[in-house]
Each structure stands twice: as C-alpha cells, then as structure tokens.
Design a protein around this ligand. Structure first.
Ligand SMILES: Nc1ncnc2c1ncn2[C@@H]1O[C@H](COP(=O)(O)OP(=O)(O)OP(=O)(O)O)[C@@H](O)[C@H]1O
Length: 248
C-alpha cells in the first residue's frame, strides 16, 4: 500500500476528461516526478490530490484512508501541502513571521510567538538552514530573490510537517544555480516527506528523479527510471522529442 494511491481517478470538465482513469501509487518518503506535455493533466492531478478540484469518479487514498470526499482544508490538516506556481508568502512580513504563520496556520496565534520560538526553535533553525535563509530571518519576504521566495514557501510546508508535498514547476524562473540548490534540497527531503513534483526542466528532473511518471491526455503514458523514460519511444514521441527541440 502506497502512502498515496490514486485509483481509477477521473475528472471531467464539460466534454474534456482532463484526468482519465489514472492509477498511481507513491511510496512513503518517495519523490515522484510527474512529466508530460502541456495539457496532459499534471496540474489537475495535483488539484485532485489536494482537494482544490473534486474528482468525477475514482478514489484517492492517503495513508490508507479514503480522502476523495474531503475538503481541501481537511486534507491540509491531514498533512497534504501544496506549493503553487505563484508564491503565497506575505510580502510585508519577515521570513521568520511567515514561518510563524505557517506553523500556527492561524495569524491570530502570533501573540504566542515566544512559546512558538522556544518550542520549535531547533526545527526552525534546521529548516531555515536547509533552504539557506537562516541569515535572512528578519528580511521582508518581499525583498527576497525569486529563488529565495520559492524556498521560503517550501520551508513553510516543512515547518507545518507536511507529510505529502505537491509542487508544480518549483524551479520555474530560477537561475541555474538556484535550480541546482533546489535539487539538493529535494534530495535531502527524500525519505522524510513524500513528494510529487511536476517539472519540465529535464536537467533538474535528472538530478532528483527516482521513479518518473509520464502523463498524456489525462492518462498514464509511461512510468520508470529516468533512463527508461528517456529511452522510451512513446515518451520521446509524445513529450521529450518536443522538449529537446524546444530547448535546443
Ligand atoms: N478548471 C478547469 N476547467 C476546464 N478545463 C480545465 C480546468 N483545469 C484544467 N483544464 C483543462 O484540463 C487539461 C489539463 O490541464 P492541466 O493544467 O492539468 O495540464 P498540465 O499537464 O498541468 O499542463 P501544463 O504543463 O501546461 O501546466 C487542459 O486541457 C486544461 O485546459
């Protein structure tokens, strides 16, 4: 039994089956890369898992529990964290204040900041060190670089102890150095957090990949190691051929 299981999952928007009878099993602590051409249904799959979109049919099991009918909020409470493409940090607040809010999940609890600091200082330090923001705790989030803002968001999911982290193109807009560092961060999270990462940057995918799942037209096209995927004629025809051509 995987940490997360999608069984025959579908969602239909009007006449379009954006996700079509998808089966997927992701093990505890695994980092799964999700690839596929534009419109393949990758983001919609993340929407279905976090509860932003309701499934038309099929099942979603998280830690063995059927969460298909639960609200987005309830799923978040169970430890499913989503990082969207657009950052959702509070720009006027510092890195530390953003982390405090993430931890409390309720801005009203800021008043208990002292208790917060004493209790989770160790973990906070560890997380901020990991994302290289420990020297920026008093920097306003609005003054961080693009890469740092993305890392702050990841740190906010980590401090919430998200068990399953869903990320949609986390390296979009990052420099080569920031992308590489993001890969190192993800690699160090393996085994501790289950992650599903939608990505187009193949250099990054090669850096972090364990099992790779490729979608096309809402369905599973291929699954395997990065070598298997890159050498799969079906995948090359549907996706990687274009990617290589686009980035040549
Ligand atoms: N809320 C919605 N209403 C109607 N159609 C939608 C909705 N969300 C997604 N779609 C459609 O579903 C299909 C799958 O979209 P999705 O964004 O999941 O693809 P993707 O694989 O993430 O693509 P990309 O790589 O471009 O982000 C697309 O044809 C999209 O237009």
């Amino acid at each position: 039994m995987g940490h997360l299981e999608l069984k025959n999952l579908s969602v239909q928007f009007g006449g379009l089956k954006a996700v079509n009878n998808l089966d997927l099993s992701v093990a505890q602590g695994e980092l799964r890369c999700l690839l596929g051409p534009n419109g393949a249904g990758k983001s919609t799959t993340l929407d279905l898992i976090c509860g932003k979109t309701a499934a038309t049919s099929g099942q979603i099991l998280f830690e063995g529990r059927d969460i298909t009918g639960l609200s987005e909020h309830r799923r978040a409470r169970l430890g499913i964290g989503r990082k969207f493409q657009t950052p959702s940090v509070f720009k006027e607040l510092t890195v530390l204040e953003n982390m405090e809010i993430a931890r409390s999940q309720n801005p009203g609890i800021l008043a208990s900041g002292f208790v917060f600091r004493t209790h989770i200082r160790g973990r906070l330090k560890e997380v901020l060190e990991l994302v290289e923001l420990k020297d920026h705790v008093h920097t306003k989030a609005g003054n961080l670089s693009h890469g740092q803002t993305q890392w702050l968001e990841i740190a906010m999911l980590l401090i919430q102890d998200a068990k399953l982290i869903l990320m949609d193109e986390p390296t979009a807009g990052m420099t080569i150095q920031e992308t590489r560092r993001t890969g190192e961060i993800f690699n160090s999270l393996k085994g501790h957090h289950t992650m599903i990462v939608v990505e187009h940057d193949m250099t990054f995918v090669r850096q972090i990949a364990e099992t790779v799942t490729v979608m096309e037209l809402g369905a599973l096209l291929a699954q395997g190691s990065i070598e298997e995927i890159e050498n799969d004629p079906k995948v090359r025809a549907a996706y990687l051929g274009n990617e290589v051509a686009n980035h040549a």
